[in-house]
Design a protein around this ligand. Sequence first.
Ligand code: CTP
Ligand code: MG
Length: 224
Amino acid sequence: PHVAALIVAAGSSRRAGFDKLAASLGGEPVLKRSIDALLGASCIGEMVVVCPLDRWELLGLHRESFRVPVCRVDGGVERQDSVAAGLAALSGDATWVAVHDAARPLVRPEDVMRCFRAAQESGAAACAHPVADTLKRATADGFSMPEAVDRNGLWAMETPQIFDVRLLSEAYRRVGEQGLTVTDEVSAMETLGVATKLVAGGINFKITLPGDLELAELVWQHGR
Ligand code: CTP
Ligand code: MG
């Protein structure tokens, strides 16, 4: 019962201000690092990379060079559209799908495997971590509002997020049908009333802002 990796890499890196997926992390593009991290997990049996053709070609990624069948498809305007495009491109052989942000190149294969085992036990699992900082809601001009936000029990979602392929496809069908906005698969699965087991692992932040790449480089050089 193999897992299809679905790597979403069709974003425009607006907040970073440079093509963060083409940027170097330890001498290889961030997108390549993310692909290799997922392929390092033995459960992965096929891969769909949602990525524009020009980025794919620019990075010189050759399908034949990977240990599993890899297919590339174009993405959509929002992340949820890109995930839907990736789901439509799956071969039909996989039982599970692991959706992963290409912008999280630091994830370790062992964390992918732990997430997969949790999915096998619970039906749905996602990498995530408990929130450490004090949380405040802010006004549009950046002033704290006098409101206590209880951090207890709050987790920040990461990827990969691993689900039964048919359930996640049904969830995204409903998201589309109901015109919902979701920023991850845990949220999409809520349309089915499915709760996801959260799995804490190693350092796995998303490269979002310019400084995140430098931080990722330090983590990479130091060893994940
Ligand atoms: N993504 C995607 N298709 C989109 C938007 C995002 O495949 N239409 C992917 C990104 O490439 C990234 C992941 O989803 O790997 C998480 O998105 P994010 O970190 O927001 O990346 P960007 O959308 O590229 O960045 P920004 O929001 O700053 O433009
Ligand atoms: Mg985005």
